[in-house]
Design a protein around this ligand. Sequence first.
Ligand SMILES: *[C@@H]1O[C@H](CO)[C@@H](O)[C@H](O)[C@H]1NC(C)=O
Ligand SMILES: *[C@@H]1O[C@H](CO)[C@@H](O)[C@H](O)[C@H]1NC(C)=O
Ligand SMILES: *[C@@H]1O[C@H](CO)[C@@H](O)[C@H](O)[C@H]1NC(C)=O
Ligand SMILES: *[C@@H]1O[C@H](CO)[C@@H](O)[C@H](O)[C@H]1NC(C)=O
Ligand SMILES: *[C@@H]1O[C@H](CO)[C@@H](O)[C@H](O)[C@H]1NC(C)=O
Length: 431
Amino acid sequence: MDRKFGSSNTARSELLGYSNMNKIKLIFFIALLVMFICILAYLKTSTIVYPILRYEQYNCSRYCSAILNGDTAALWLGERCEKQKPKIFHVHIPVPINCTRIKLENHFITSSLSQEEASYPLAYIIIIHQEFEMFVKLLRAIYRPQNVYCIHVDQKSPKDYQRKVKTLSDCFHNIFLASKMEYVVYGGFSRLQADINCMKDLVNSTVAWKEVINLCGQDFPIKTNREIIWYIKNKWGGRNITPGIQQPPHMKYRTEYSYKEEIKNSKAKIYKLNQKKAAPPLELTIYFGTAYYVLTRQFVEFVLEDARALALLEWSRDTYSPDEHYWVTLNRLKDAPDTTPNVSWDGDVRAVVWAPHAGPTSHDCKGYYRNDICVYGLRDLKWIIQQPTMFANKFEQTTNPLTVACMEQWHRDRILNQTSETIQPHWYLQD
Ligand SMILES: *[C@@H]1O[C@H](CO)[C@@H](O)[C@H](O)[C@H]1NC(C)=O
Ligand SMILES: *[C@@H]1O[C@H](CO)[C@@H](O)[C@H](O)[C@H]1NC(C)=O
Ligand SMILES: *[C@@H]1O[C@H](CO)[C@@H](O)[C@H](O)[C@H]1NC(C)=O
Ligand SMILES: *[C@@H]1O[C@H](CO)[C@@H](O)[C@H](O)[C@H]1NC(C)=O
Ligand SMILES: *[C@@H]1O[C@H](CO)[C@@H](O)[C@H](O)[C@H]1NC(C)=O
């Protein structure tokens, strides 16, 4: 009995000891968990103890190369940086205006970088309406002294913004504002008219540009100036590039009925009228494609003068999103200069990631969608830099400043790595 009791006592004390141990472990574990949660909560709100994630006190762009490699830890840290919407970049405009300083302090490349590039000048049409910082980043990525740049600033953008763009442009011999600027309505004819306004200025330019490329303020290059020239010359033999196909049935609504642009209480929109349109002029076959192009100077001169081109322009005035049929339709003509009548969606002009319901998608957007198009985030960068296209759309400085900064740094490094010229210190980005 004693033995029995004793043994059961031992057993109980063993049992007791065991469960005590368990309790201690449990308490310890809970304490750890609470501590962990507290730390997390603290880190989330703290601005003092966690300066590592305060951009003002820390340099987030140091993670860029790891982010581009898809490094998990760097992406995690980078996204914490991004969430704080750091003001990563200020455009330096000294007062009084000193153009030498503007070019130096904003890291503009002031040399053509190679003989090949010097002898193949490009023209750019850049249509912008917001985000001055993003515009400067785009401009300094594509700027070379041998090229020429026509900037179209939307009439609806703030006067202060327009002034800043003008101030910057005036510092460069080869950057100018369009002599006529439109109030641009998304999806409307005014968007096409803006391009044409710039073309009229560009054909009068003394710069011997060979091809013109159009951009909007949220584009950013994936390729360098040198690679863009290689692509146009070697892959396309210096001909026009306008990805697109014959107008498919589900796009007919755009040209079957009249549309009207309206600006009301400084809100612009386009709406359909109950009015059927006549057939396209001069038996033209309407195509459908992207609004982004590469066009030769000869072709641009043709577009501004040819009777078919002018008739199509007039007919397009009341169509929906005419820039998505105008260029590709004319570039499929057999008897116009430098056209490519036999191609379809070929042309690595733009990487655009559509929302799943809006178009074919080869990549999952890791940023967010605006107007059904992906605004890229940090986790998209690894994919972007592997794309064969010359440019990617969309980048946004205000919401994803670190993404833009990393993209820019990668692109600038690529430029500097491709030149045999002596690199000037101010060509390195250090924002
Ligand atoms: C930020 O980090 C980058 C990359 O490591 C470095 O090149 C740059 O000098 C740093 N900038 C500052 C202000 O520390
Ligand atoms: C503009 O800045 C440059 C470089 O800092 C300087 O050498 C030059 O004297 C300045 N020009 C004027 C008019 O201040
Ligand atoms: C281009 O030059 C022609 C001939 O000099 C002139 O008539 C035309 O107005 C100019 N166009 C623009 C947009 O400056
Ligand atoms: C386009 O295709 C047509 C008929 O298939 C052919 O005759 C023509 O040579 C082609 N043009 C080019 C530029 O390849
Ligand atoms: C520079 O380019 C060379 C040759 O294309 C490449 O091997 C090298 O990795 C590049 N370096 C950097 C830093 O990108």
